[in-house]
Design a protein around this ligand. Structure first.
Ligand code: 5AD
Ligand code: SF4
Length: 447
């Protein structure tokens, strides 16, 4: 019906890949007349795109569903239907259990099936029943999705690889996202060009294990991530490239060489080390030692001396002793990370570490996390403070809160706040950094 445009509300939990998936889910509904809304009350379709990586993230979904049930009831009184979808990794991991725990849910759809979202919603509505779709279909969802519209912004994510074959013993990803799959180069180049046409200047290539990328190239051979980066860099309009998340064992020579030679690849790498003790790394099934990690960083720093590092760390993995935790602190001091994400170990159902019997108490985990985070914050602050007085190229991608304020990103992914005209959104300018704190830089656009 003209004039009665339908609305979809999407809430994203978890990682950047979920941000990408949420955009694409909304895009599957656009041809059916659905526009996105940020107001739950006006949504005809609600999608929670969920994360299962830690217990806290997974449990948030159920508290949100409680709130959504009240909205759905209120809308029903007004004669309006609301279709509630749980998508993402909790959907994949818990499937039918979600429909049992939360009768408000109409559809549960896993990360490999969301290209069928319109059909699945239609089925849930026309058959008035809860639909659960958590299979891993044979077809490539990326082939079935409508052409990418993209975020109409200066920066965008592009999923190039999905799934993981590493089976770290703490991690649910191999179970929720399945085996490794790399998208073909041609389809990525096509999507990247569409994004550039929409104004994107910086692409972040995503994958759970992105540096294991081995997609089919136009020549029929498997292409490495390094080769993919070089060919994306040739697209006119792309100014910056990044990639995340990587595994130390897949930092190949050709990837190091791209860091040295490809100036569009930003001097920043997110490389999780998880723990500093070799015994814990082995129990985690990381398949590398602390020294292996050190050697990778050494090679990387000699390839690209100005590279900034970011990482993921887990404290309180089963059996972790005080000394082993000290090894994690030691690695932190040595590496001087510019940024880091640190977590208390969270036992995940179905993963080997959850069954280990020497679980660390919540109290010890909290105390270790606090110590680690205060150390990480010191290094992050000093990395930022060292930037004061320097000129940096900043890509402006959003308005700031104050009138006339703009926010962009430095090559090292630091948010940089300046005063500037809105017309600068989407452009890269040199900024002289005037002050810094743990989380942001402030500066002045220099001519
Ligand atoms: N508990 C705590 N942190 C975890 N991560 C993955 N699984 C768990 C878990 N069970 C962290 C790892 C990973 C990041 C994305 O989340 O550090 O790199
Ligand atoms: Fe999970 Fe990353 Fe390990 Fe894969 S490499 S199992 S995604 S932590």
């Amino acid at each position: 019906m003209p004039g009665t445009k339908k609305k979809v509300f999407v809430k994203t939990f978890g990682c950047q890949m979920n941000v990408y998936d949420s955009e694409r889910m909304a895009e599957t509904l656009a041809p059916y007349g659905y526009a996105e809304t940020t107001t739950l009350e006006e949504a005809d379709v609600v999608i929670l795109n969920t994360c299962h990586i830690r217990e806290k993230a997974a449990e948030k979904v159920y508290s949100d569903l409680g709130r959504i049930r009240q909205v759905k009831d209120r809308r029903q009184v007004l004669g309006k239907d609301t279709l509630v979808t749980v998508a993402g990794c909790v959907a994949q991991a818990e499937g039918k259990e979600i429909t049992r725990r939360a009768p408000v849910v109409d559809l549960v759809v896993g990360p490999q099936s969301y290209h069928n979202l319109p059909d699945l919603l239609f089925r849930a509505k026309s058959e008035s029943r809860q639909v659960v779709e958590t299979t891993f279909p044979e077809e490539d969802k990326f082939d079935k999705l409508p052409a990418r519209i993209g975020p109409r912004a200066a920066t965008a994510f592009l999923t190039v690889q999905e799934g993981c074959d590493n089976f770290c013993t703490f991690c649910v990803v191999p179970y929720t996202r399945g085996v490794e799959f790399s998208r073909p180069v041609a389809s990525l180049i096509d999507e990247a060009k569409r994004l550039v046409d929409g104004g994107v200047r910086e692409l972040t290539l995503l994958g759970q294990n992105v540096n294991a990328y081995h997609g089919e190239g136009p020549d029929g051979n498997a292409w490495s991530l390094a080769k993919l980066i070089d060919s994306l860099a040739e697209i006119e309009g792309i100014e910056r490239l990044r990639y995340t998340t990587s595994h130390p064992n897949d930092m190949t020579d050709d990837l190091m060489a791209v860091h040295a030679n490809q100036m569009k690849l930003m001097p920043y790498l997110h490389l999780p080390f998880q723990a500093g003790s070799d015994r814990i790394l082995a129990a985690m099934n990381r398949k590398h030692t602390a020294d292996d990690y050190r050697r990778v960083i050494e090679r990387l720093r000699s390839a690209r001396p100005d590279i900034a590092l970011s990482t993921d760390v887990i404290v309180g993995f089963p059996g972790e002793t005080d000394d082993e935790f000290e090894a994690t602190l030691e690695m932190t001091r040595e590496m001087k990370f510019a940024q880091a994400f640190s977590f208390k170990y969270s036992p995940r159902p179905g993963t080997p570490a959850a069954k280990m019997d020497d679980q660390v108490s919540e109290e010890v985990k909290s105390e270790r996390l606090q110590r680690l985070q205060s150390l990480l914050a010191q290094f992050q602050t000093s990395f930022n403070t060292n930037c004061v007085g320097r000129k940096m190229l900043v890509l402006f991608d959003r308005q700031g809160k104050a009138p006339g304020a703009l926010v962009g990103r430095s090559p090292y992914l630091q948010p940089v706040h300046v005063e500037g005209d809105l017309s600068l959104l989407g452009s890269i300018k040199s900024v002289e950094i005037s002050s810094a704190s743990t989380n942001v830089l402030h500066g002045v656009i220099s001519l």
